[in-house]
Design a binder for this molecule. Structure first.
Ligand SMILES: CC(C)(COP(=O)(O)OP(=O)(O)OC[C@H]1O[C@@H](n2cnc3c(N)ncnc32)[C@H](O)[C@@H]1OP(=O)(O)O)[C@@H](O)C(=O)NCCC(=O)NCCS
Length: 150
């Protein structure tokens, strides 16, 4: 992950910011709780943020994290699939991308599985507690998503 473990107070403040951001129009940020369909157990955090870029761009970045006791049960792929559906089918995004640590094989596997191709590496992308980190970028385009969905 790109951040250190947070205190309960930091998490409360983050959630308050997330709730606030959901009210801003037009909505640019969707920070979502992923729950199981039967019973609503919280299993993951999922986010899609529309890029504030050049007016000719129409892209959004995704992020996702599962509870560690739920890893390797297919839920990560399910969460990314839901984020892509939200982005392409409801928000009308053209390009959806994600950035991962070069060491994060699980994230790379999940994004590749959903058709997010590896574009390349952004060198020195993020400054973390232990220094600058490169990011591997994955992306999928709306026509590719549509073709894969049939
Ligand atoms: C990345 C993460 C969401 C994966 O979720 P998951 O539910 O374990 O993934 P899935 O069970 O859906 O697995 C999807 C594929 O990834 C593979 N995979 C999952 N974890 C893996 C690991 N640690 N190493 C290698 N492959 C892995 C699975 O085998 C599966 O591949 P397959 O379909 O070819 O068999 C989860 O590990 C996580 O929350 N990590 C911490 C947060 C994080 O890294 N978020 C991404 C930041 S960029």
């Amino acid at each position: 992950m790109s951040f250190e473990p947070r205190t309960r107070e930091q998490v409360e403040s983050t959630i308050a910011g997330v709730v606030e951001s959901a009210r801003i129009e037009p909505r640019m940020d969707y920070c979502l709780a992923a729950v199981l369909p039967d019973g609503g157990e919280l299993v993951a955090f999922a986010r899609i943020s529309i890029d504030l870029g050049h007016p000719l761009q129409n892209s959004a970045q995704i992020g996702f994290a599962l509870r560690s006791d739920r890893w390797r049960q297919g839920l990560g792929a399910e969460v990314v699939r839901l984020l892509l559906r939200l982005g392409f089918e409801q928000l009308g995004i053209y390009r959806i991308w994600g950035a991962r640590s070069p060491l994060n094989e699980a994230s790379g596997r999940v994004m590749s599985k959903l058709g997010m191709v590896e574009e390349g590496v952004i060198r020195g992308h993020l400054k973390l507690a232990d220094g600058w980190r490169d990011s591997v970028i994955h992306s999928v385009l709306a026509p590719e998503w549509k073709a894969a969905a049939g």
